[in-house]
Design a protein around this ligand. Structure first.
Ligand SMILES: Nc1ncnc2c1ncn2[C@@H]1O[C@H](COP(=O)(O)OP(=O)(O)OP(=O)(O)O)[C@@H](O)[C@H]1O
Length: 269
């Protein structure tokens, strides 16, 4: 764990889930296809991600990374199959995908700036709570407290989210996914704009969270990827170009040609 990481309690992240929650969890994408008008943005992608394998999704600008996340989460119509926890997600509405245990963050944090950390988490906890659990606030309080510890924001609980540092807002968003019982987390450029110290803390947080959840990280930051990725999928022009460990992918001539060898600006770094 990083030197900066004094407030997190990894055991708490695990206590948010029961063994039954995670028994069948893995993401299985088959033949995923998305087209906008006549333009095919995602062209028949296969992707399998298991719990405990911190997967990074990389590729040049326009490769289709965000569109894949949009398709999995129901924001963009798609064909093919996306299964998580035994549930088919294609054709489901956004709120149904959330109920199936899938959560995402966006490139720009979407916390409610005028509300405090704890209020943001409370709202997120309520969003997915089934009606029969609305009458059980104590469990919700516990879940919120545990999530706050996990993401290292317990000391900031009563601060308005708008006053948080950039990195802290991203951690709050991840906390909001934890209280929603998200078991598949899809994170779009979580360390963009962060300081080095914040990146390290975020990496450690993702490791902790990813131990018992399925986590996919869309990221351009190669240093961050080298430090924290367990495995990598490289997209190019809507298809999977390469997949493997960081070392395997970095040594793949096709990846060097279209991505790693490209000027940093075209990688969106
Ligand atoms: N709503 C849309 N309508 C039309 N084309 C779109 C739409 N959304 C994305 N695209 C196109 O689909 C392709 C894939 O875009 P996407 O945003 O998924 O790429 P990306 O790999 O996430 O890129 P970046 O690294 O720049 O975020 C691009 O050519 C993009 O212009």
């Amino acid at each position: 764990m990083s030197d900066h990481d004094t407030t997190r309690d990894p055991a708490r992240a695990d206590r948010l889930l029961t063994p039954q929650d995670v028994a069948h969890d893995y993401l299985e994408v088959r033949g995923l296809r998305v087209s906008f008008g006549g333009f095919v943005a995602v062209d028949g992608i296969d992707l399998t991600v298991v719990q405990g394998d911190l997967r990074f999704l990389i590729g040049p600008n326009g490769a289709g990374k965000t569109t894949v996340v949009d398709a999995i989460t129901g924001l963009t119509p798609a064909t093919g199959s996306v299964r998580f926890g035994g549930t088919e997600l294609i054709g489901r509405k956004v709120h149904q995908v959330v109920r199936a245990g899938v959560g995402r963050t966006f490139q720009t944090a979407s916390v409610i700036e005028g509300l405090t950390v704890v209020q943001n988490l409370d709202i997120a906890a309520g969003a997915r709570r089934p009606v029969h659990r609305l009458l059980r606030p104590r469990r919700s309080v516990e879940v919120v407290e545990e999530a706050m510890e996990t993401v290292g924001l317990a000391a900031e609980r009563d601060r308005p989210a708008g006053e948080l540092a950039h990195g802290q807002k991203q951690w709050l968003e991840i906390g909001m996914l934890l209280v929603q019982d998200a078991r598949l987390l899809l994170l779009d450029e979580p360390v963009a704009g962060m300081s080095q110290a914040e990146r390290e803390q975020t990496g450690e947080l993702l490791r902790t969270v990813g131990r018992r959840r399925t986590v996919v990280v869309v990221e351009h930051d190669m240093q961050f990827l080298r430090s924290f990725a367990d495995s990598v999928t490289v997209l190019h022009q809507g298809s999977v170009l390469s997949e493997g460990t960081v070392a395997e992918v970095q040594a793949d001539p096709r990846v060097i040609e279209v991505y790693l060898g490209a000027p940093a600006g075209t990688r969106g770094a």
